[in-house]
Design a protein around this ligand. Structure first.
Ligand code: HEM
Length: 538
């Protein structure tokens, strides 16, 4: 879990608490005073009243009263593991990031999660899965905070609170706990049709992973890599599981929710404990960094769009092996703090408006979730690179800073003059040219196509996968109370595919509406090799 010292910013004194277990020879107070008994309160006689002066009683109960911290506002339920990432060196042409170089080994911590359920919800629900990886590189921490679905519900972070309000349980009855089978979810996604693509993936088998070890991961946004010469390349990140991608069928998922709600976390921990270490290859799709930031007509700044792998193949750049379970769930899995802004030299962001909001949101929420601004000092969050920030004080400060001049440059502590060449190895934002612009609250025209890629996805499904998607829409929508929500969703489905719409409408006992936009021509993409495949329902 990283070094126990805090590097140049100060050292905690005394025995590291991390080393403490429950097995010591005797019990103490939090102050280290030895106690003879932890089972009886101090009383005025064996049958008399408990005395206020019983500090041990009060300390124990007070600490217990404050044991809980808020769960994550999203992705509350998770399971995690430690591991190692080894670069293949194949990214050297496009990124100067040292951890991607051939043979370099970097410790990682990965947290998998569901999005909507609370911390105690079940594992095998129909939902997107988070796939967040912390690379403790020698150049600072890099976090790849992705999902197992390559697109997102919305295109602009200003809608994130809205989509989550719609997906979380209804505010009146607080149901359902962890599914999308309810009115507000379908109300939102049918009114905000950019959500169509992500929703279709959610209705597919991808939203019911067989195991966390058998899921792909996606960075979703387009990122910008920078090589040693300063040349830039746009990329999308992919994790490919060595075990392949496998899903549960709906009946298995439902049964498992009842018989073992911890199915996924148990499977991950058991596999690692038995030495069956799960592995993923990290890969990138690369695109020229043109001013338009499009590839084959696809807007790379639109997080509701993929670039088909047949059009831009995924090039493997490294291998991740998860080889150790956390020692303590709270200390590690619960307190880990990921942030898409944790970047290292050679990896930078783009102007995807969804990513921009994320760059604000994670640090902000973690300040309240982890009780102040110093959660970077929690062992699981400590970088494995020397830290010399000028951040000081604040709640839960554990570093003992020395010196008198926490600013740069200073002449009193002899610290950090801005020297020519001192930026070697520093993270420098790519000096991207920005077009002359005026302030607007609008989206680019290219963000307006909400049905083309959902149709591409639908057409690429095998017959049995289509059956599953139809069954999922039918089941979920049947749980809605509002007729208008069902009808509006059917209108969305008509714009993906008439047959999909007709089958779901039949299942709901409603008429199937006609498409309101011309059905997208899927084009000549080889991704559509499945188009026209015989479908038993035809
Ligand atoms: C948490 C992924 C969009 C806000 C997470 C986590 C993942 C994730 C994997 C769990 C991290 C963990 O395991 O601790 C994504 C992806 C997104 C996305 C892939 C879109 C492509 C957004 C947006 C916002 C947001 C647009 C806000 C504007 C949050 C917050 C948390 C979170 C507040 C909780 C963090 C914490 O408490 O530590 N997200 N997210 N996310 N996400 Fe996102």
């Amino acid at each position: 879990t990283g070094p126990d010292t805090l590097g140049p910013t100060g050292q905690p004194t005394g025995a590291p608490r991390a080393a403490m277990a429950q097995g010591g020879a005797y019990l103490t107070t939090a102050q280290g005073a030895r106690l003879p008994d932890g089972d009886h309160s101090l009383k005025a006689g064996a049958r008399g009243p408990v005395l206020l002066q019983d500090h041990h009683l009060r300390e124990k109960i007070t600490h217990f009263d404050h044991e809980r911290i808020p769960e994550r506002v999203v992705h509350a339920r998770g399971a995690a593991a430690h591991g190692v990432f080894q670069g293949y060196g194949t990214a050297a042409k496009v990124s100067r990031a040292a951890f991607l170089a051939k043979g370099v080994e970097t410790p990682v911590f990965v947290r998998f999660s569901t999005v909507l359920g609370s911390r105690g919800s079940a594992d095998t629900v129909r939902d997107t899965r988070g796939f967040a990886t912390k690379f403790y590189t020698g150049e600072g921490t890099f976090d790849l905070v992705g999902n197992n679905i390559p697109v997102f519900f919305i295109q602009d972070a200003i809608k994130f609170p809205d989509v989550i309000h719609a997906g979380k349980p209804h505010p009146d009855r607080e149901i359902p706990q962890a599914q999308s089978a309810h009115d507000t979810f379908w109300d939102f996604v049918s009114l905000h049709t950019e959500a169509t693509h992500h929703t279709l993936w959610n209705m597919s088998d991808r939203a019911l992973p067989r195991s966390l070890r058998m899921m792909e991961g996606f960075g979703v946004h387009t990122f910008r890599l920078v090589n040693a010469e300063g040349a830039t390349t746009l990329v999308k990140f992919h994790w490919k599981p060595k075990l392949g991608v496998h899903s549960l069928v709906w009946e298995e998922a439902q049964l498992t929710n009842g018989t073992d709600p911890d199915f996924h976390r148990r499977d991950l921990a058991d596999a690692i404990e038995s030495g069956a270490f799960p592995q993923w290859e990290l890969g990138i799709q690369t695109f020229p960094d043109t001013p338009e930031q499009t590839f084959e007509g696809i807007d790379l700044l639109d997080p509701t769009k993929i670039v088909p792998e047949e059009v831009a193949p995924v090039v493997p750049i490294g291998l991740m092996t998860l080889n150790a379970n956390p020692t303590n769930y709270f200390a590690e899995t619960e307190q880990v703090a990921f942030h898409p802004g944790h970047l290292v030299p050679g990896i930078d962001v783009t102007d995807d408006p969804l990513l921009a909001g994320r760059l604000f949101s994670y640090l902000d929420t973690q300040i309240s979730r982890l009780g102040g601004p110093n959660f970077g000092q929690i062992p699981i969050n400590r970088p494995h690179a020397p830290v010399n920030d000028m951040l000081r004080d604040g709640a839960h400060q554990t570093a003992v800073h020395t010196g008198v001049a926490p600013y740069r440059p200073n002449s009193l502590d002899g610290g950090c003059p801005f020297l020519a060449g001192a930026d070697d190895g520093a993270f420098i934002e790519v000096p991207v040219e920005l077009p002359a612009a005026r302030k607007v609250r609008e989206a680019p025209a290219s963000f307006a196509d909400h049905f083309g890629q959902p149709r591409l996805f639908w057409l690429s499904m095998t017959p049995v996968e289509r059956e599953h998607i139809i069954a999922a829409y039918t089941f979920e929508l049947a749980k809605c109370y509002e007729q208008a929500v069902k009808e509006r969703t059917l209108a969305v489905l008509a714009n993906i595919d008439p047959r999909l719409c007709a089958e779901v409408a039949a299942g709901l006992g409603l008429p199937a509406p006609a498409a309101t936009v011309p059905l997208a021509d899927p084009g000549p993409s080889p991704a559509l090799s499945q188009v026209g495949r015989e479908w038993p329902l035809d």
